[in-house]
Design a protein around this ligand. Structure first.
Ligand code: DAH
Length: 330
């Protein structure tokens, strides 16, 4: 064996061991350059080829190629091993444990009065009604006179009114929106008007000086009490389901004739939840509608009462004192 052949064999042995031992890709590249690079050990050894005889040269040349290819194969195999290990390590480091408990962000939600109003409006909008509104500070005309309630009318006592120094008042009901809307629109009309109302009521479990109503008004040709009753019954069915007992009871309001109050069963008793009736011809006249052509029906819903029935709330005051332990239940 020639010296060159020995050197090649030795290179093969040491290089193979070194390649197998290397642990990272940059060091592996350094080894490739050191053994197989232009000025690497293999090139150095082959410089001695010039001294070989004609017979030796092809034999040594073949051996050199074999060693070179062998080392290239080792380098490639080790490169793939190290790359795979690197990817594996990266995956391990970046793994997300999707079963870990998250950081919860507390979300607010609607107050039960607002969600009750939304529910009522959704139902009436579904029946073809438009949502309307009016001012909280009203004149005597819109709150009373135009609603067939002149100054000496005994019905004014039913609603103790907050008067402002300038003679205006805080509206005692949303019925004032009926007049404002009719003044600016021609029949047929169908509106639902939610809002806050004010009365000098003594506060107790079912009364508050500030509360909420939704006013309903429909005016068209040929509307009858049957339309009113059918609409209210369908509304209550959608609101509470078919099982809740409901009764219509004859009543009196200045702005409707005939008038009724509607009760629902709550805690074994009848609870009044709204007033309603056929719009009094005088109200239609006040806004310039001809009562010979048009008839209408109206209703005023007590939002607090609805919320109490819906959510089994025993005291109206709970709806106003912003106790989060209470509000979080809804
Ligand atoms: N405005 C009445 C109240 O606050 C409720 C009411 C009764 C409204 C009959 C109406 C109605 O529209 O037709 O007590």
């Amino acid at each position: 064996m020639t010296t060159i052949e020995n050197q090649l064999k030795e290179l093969e042995t040491t290089a193979t061991q070194a390649i197998a031992a290397v642990q990272d890709l940059p060091s592996l590249e350094d080894l490739r350059v050191a053994y197989l690079g232009k000025k690497g050990q293999l090139s150095q050894i082959l410089r001695g080829m010039g001294k070989l005889s004609g017979e030796e040269r092809p034999i040594v040349g073949a051996l050199a190629n074999q060693v070179k290819e062998g080392l290239q194969a080792h380098l490639e195999a080790q490169k793939q091993t190290l790359e795979a290990a690197q990817i594996q390590a990266q995956l391990q480091a970046e793994t997300l444990d999707v079963t870990m408990p998250g950081v919860s962000r507390p979300l607010g939600h609607l107050h039960p009065l607002n969600s009750t109003i939304d529910q009522v409006l959704d139902i009436f909008v579904g029946l073809g009604y438009t949502v309307a509104s009016g001012p909280h500070i009203e004149t005597d005309y819109y709150n009373f006179a135009a609603l067939n309630t002149p100054p000496d009318h005994p019905a004014r006592d039913m609603q103790d009114t907050f008067y402002l120094p300038d003679g205006k008042l805080l509206r005692t009901h949303t019925s004032s929106v009926q007049i404002r809307y009719m003044e600016n629109h021609q029949p047929p009309i169908r509106i639902a008007a939610p809002g806050r109302v004010y009365r000098r009521d003594t506060v107790d479990a079912t009364h508050s000086a500030v509360f909420h109503q939704v006013e309903i008004l429909a005016v068209d040709q040929g509307l009858t009490f049957t339309d009113l009753k059918g609409t209210i019954k369908e509304f209550l069915r959608r609101m509470f389901g078919a099982h809740l007992p409901v009764q219509f009871r004859a009543s009196y309001f200045p702005f409707t004739e005939p008038s009724a109050e509607v009760d629902v069963q709550w805690k074994g008793k009848w609870l009044e939840v709204m007033g309603c009736g056929m719009v009094d011809p005088n109200v239609l006249k006040a806004v310039g509608y001809d009562p010979e052509i048009y008839t209408g029906f109206a209703a005023g819903l007590g939002v607090e009462r609805f919320a109490m029935v819906l959510h089994q709330i025993d005291d109206i005051r709970r709806l106003y004192n912003s106790d989060l332990r209470f509000l979080r239940q809804f």
